[in-house]
Design a protein around this ligand. Structure first.
Ligand code: GLU
Length: 506
């Protein structure tokens, strides 16, 4: 029988969510939506040593910004809660006891010093079938000694008893059958009396089982844990409901070899976090995609293609299209180079596609910062529509279209040298008269009248138009000249030409 699809994103709140974690969340979400399943957000906070304040809020805000919806979680609620592991202590304890009673786990009292000593005397020491009998644990100690120690308050851990020389098969939807021999595994700690909490492995398996998770979709860095997880499922008698494993390809450095790191981002100037992160301890600020001016749609599209493709060369895909097309069959086994330039390209493409009015809305705060807080939004929309083809980020609109809002006070030196000749002022005087006579300043009409005038006087087209542009824009750049002058008030166009005549080369 097909299981209902239930997936979980299970971050540990130990710092800002890394962009690789966002990709994992996204793939979980796409798969859940495609199959009419549920997306769970589970906070794995059993390692109190590594807890970072603000990290959980950061995770929520990041997913929210990107449109990665959660069906069940700390904030959303649901029938399988609580969704925060630190609130599930009692639940785990019961299964730790079950393993102990069934002889599948044992209690160990070895202190950190004793473990260190063992590591020093045995090269490659591993707590396993070959060494456990020479350690201090309930397998070798009389039961009353064990009980007496526990009662006296001695700290202990519960270790998983791993039988050596068994082949463990992990079925992975991307990697196929991964077979590992149990002899390479150590008797992992499942529970620590010191903080009365299970470790990651135990809590993770118990929760995946109780929350009826059908697919465990996570980064490749968790593949080495999977054989242990398979054994735990079996030991707990849950083999029949073991989830399908899916380990996603690593995100790799844009240049060179190895895993993508924060250092790569710092070096090459791109964020590795979805949102800006203010480290509560060091005060360090790490840049985020949102604050850098990326659109969430662009980030989603970019991330979706890091490790997956739709089977053809389609690149631009909305969330709905991604949901429809996503498939593990088209996920790669090998790592995906983090081509951050491609991320910039996506942002550019999404900005171009955006409705001019929406883009204007995003540009308004930038305008306000520049001192133009109360420009008419309709004017802004038309202006951004003309220059959006040249931008990668919303803030670039200012550099490309500043002249729509402020008259030039300086003129680009090299353009002046090239385009402002001795006879230019006279030409511009005449142009002012021509413009004054135009009633309908719409682009095509104004262009026709100016062109006719140039032709009738046999003036040089370039000489007039480049000087005109220099006067209005301040440099020889920008969109079609008569589109600019259609949008600006005619009086402003004339004032700018007049100012250029009065100031250039004076
Ligand atoms: N808490 C683990 C993490 O931080 C979860 C790994 C998993 O998905 O099993 O990624």
């Amino acid at each position: 029988m097909e299981r209902k699809v239930r997936v979980r994103f299970a971050p540990s709140p130990t710092g800002p969510l890394h962009i690789g974690g966002v990709r994992t969340a996204l793939y979980n979400y796409l798969f859940a939506r495609q199959n009419g399943g549920s997306m769970i957000l589970r906070i794995e906070d059993t390692d109190s040593q590594r807890f970072v304040p603000g990290a959980e809020e950061y995770i929520n805000e990041s997913l929210n910004w990107l449109g990665i919806g959660i069906d069940e979680g700390v904030r959303e609620g649901g029938n399988y809660g609580p969704y925060k592991q630190s609130e599930r202590r009692e639940i785990y304890k019961q299964y730790v006891d079950q393993l102990l009673n069934d002889g599948k786990a044992y209690i160990a009292f070895d202190t950190p010093e004793e473990l260190n000593a063992a590591r020093e005397t045995h090269p490659n020491f591993q707590y396993d079938a070959s060494t456990r009998n020479s350690m201090r644990n309930s397998l070798v100690m009389p039961a009353d000694e064990v009980n007496a120690l526990i009662e006296s308050g001695a700290q202990y851990v519960v270790r998983f008893l791993i039988e050596p020389n068994q082949d463990i098969v992990v079925n992975d939807l991307i990697r196929g059958e991964v077979i590992i021999n149990s002899s390479i595994l150590d008797d992992k700690v499942l529970y620590k009396s010191a903080d009365n909490l299970p470790t990651y492995h135990m809590a993770n398996i118990v929760d995946d089982h109780l929350m009826e998770v059908s697919h465990v979709i996570r980064g490749e860095e968790w593949l080495p844990s999977a054989p242990l997880h398979v054994l735990l499922y079996k030991a707990l008698g849950w083999e029949d409901t073991m989830p399908q494993f899916v380990h996603l390809p690593l995100l790799l450095k844009p240049v060179g070899n190895g895993k993508l790191s924060k250092r790569d981002g710092d070096k090459l100037g791109f964020p590795v976090f979805p949102l800006e992160w203010h480290d509560p301890k060091s005060g360090e600020i790490s840049s985020g995609y949102r604050e850098k001016g990326y659109l969430p749609e662009a980030v989603v599209n970019f991330l979706a293609l890091l490790g997956w493709n739709p089977g053809d060369d389609t690149e631009m895909m909305s969330m709905d299209e991604l949901i429809a097309k996503f498939s593990f069959a088209h996920c790669s086994k090998s790592g995906a180079k983090f081509d951050y330039q491609k991320g910039i390209w996506f942002n550019h493409e999404y900005l171009i596609k955006m409705d001019d009015m929406d883009l204007a809305q995003l540009f308004m705060p930038v305008l306000a910062e520049q001192g133009y807080a109360d420009v008419d939004i309709n004017y802004v929309a038309k202006a951004v529509g003309m220059v959006k083809g040249r931008i990668n980020f919303v803030r670039d609109l200012w550099e490309q279209g500043d002249f729509f809002f402020k008259a030039p006070t300086e003129y680009a030196e090299k353009d002046v040298k090239k385009r402002w000749k001795e006879d230019t002022p006279a030409l511009m005087e005449e142009l002012i008269t021509v413009i004054e006579g135009i009633d309908d300043m719409t682009s095509a009409n104004a262009e026709k009248i100016v062109m006719d005038w140039i032709a009738s006087k046999e003036y040089h087209l370039g000489a007039v138009m480049n000087a005109f542009r220099l006067a209005v824009v301040g440099a020889c750049r920008g969109p079609h000249m008569f589109d600019i002058t259609e949008l600006m008030p005619k009086s402003e166009v004339i004032a700018r030409v007049r100012r250029a005549i009065d100031t250039i080369n004076k």
